[in-house]
Design a protein around this ligand. Structure first.
Ligand SMILES: N[C@@H](CCC(=O)N[C@@H](CS)C(=O)NCC(=O)O)C(=O)O
Length: 202
């Protein structure tokens, strides 16, 4: 297997994190997303028509894009994918939530800062909306974790935690402040204490 990724990609990091927790690894091929390397005709045709990473290349040459799909593929048959039907559906629920509510709102401010994007009045207005929605999504996580819940589904770390972890962990790089989210911060620390934990890209 090979992982097509990018050095600072939070979505690529999800995959490396799960691999670390599972005690596995594979070759990583990094692309310069800012430089357009994931939009060349060759990449679009051979690797992912969506022009994004991560993409897991399986041993038979199959290309599997989308971080959530990759996590589910890798977690199959491991304790990170619950066997119970309801718990598994709950794990999917949080993975869908991550893609809709966390990734765009927590990821974009970080991306703009990393790329030194000029903050025009229009982007300023967009940022306001992103922070509002992003803090709302962090509030959902905070409420879910309040009480004695240690992980998002059941009583152990699952693929849902792996999918949810990177963007809340990285969002201060985009200007977020997690001070008002103590349950989320405690959960981040629990993930960091898991055997095989892989630190985020710096
Ligand atoms: N829904 C996708 C999002 C993937 C994504 O946005 N990848 C970014 C890097 S984190 C990328 O490849 N950006 C390059 C581009 O959009 O041109 C996933 O979860 O894998």
């Amino acid at each position: 297997m090979r992982l097509h990724s990018a050095p600072k990609s939070g979505n690529g990091y999800k995959v490396r994190l799960l691999q670390g927790l599972l005690g596995t690894a594979c070759e990583v091929i990094d692309y310069d997303t800012k430089g357009g390397e994931t939009h060349t005709p060759e990449f679009l045709e051979r690797i992912n028509p969506d022009g994004r990473v991560p993409v897991l290349e399986l041993d038979d040459g199959t290309m599997l894009p989308e971080s959530g799909a990759i996590l589910l593929y890798l977690a199959e048959g491991t304790p990170y994918l619950p066997e119970d039907r309801v718990e598994r559906a709950q794990a999917f629920r949080w993975m869908f939530f991550e893609q809709f509510a966390l990734l765009p709102n927590l990821g974009k401010p970080r991306l703009w800062r990393m790329r030194n994007v000029e903050i025009t009045p229009q982007r300023e207005a967009e940022l306001k909306g992103l922070f509002e929605a992003g803090y709302g999504a962090l509030g959902v996580m905070e409420r879910h974790l309040q009480g004695d819940r240690e992980f998002f589904v059941g009583d152990r770390a699952t693929v849902a935690d792996v999918a949810l972890y990177p963007y809340p962990r990285l969002c201060p790089e985009g200007g977020y402040d997690l001070q008002g989210y103590p349950a989320v911060r405690a959960w981040l620390e629990r993930i960091e204490a898991l055997p095989g934990y892989v630190p985020p890209p710096t």
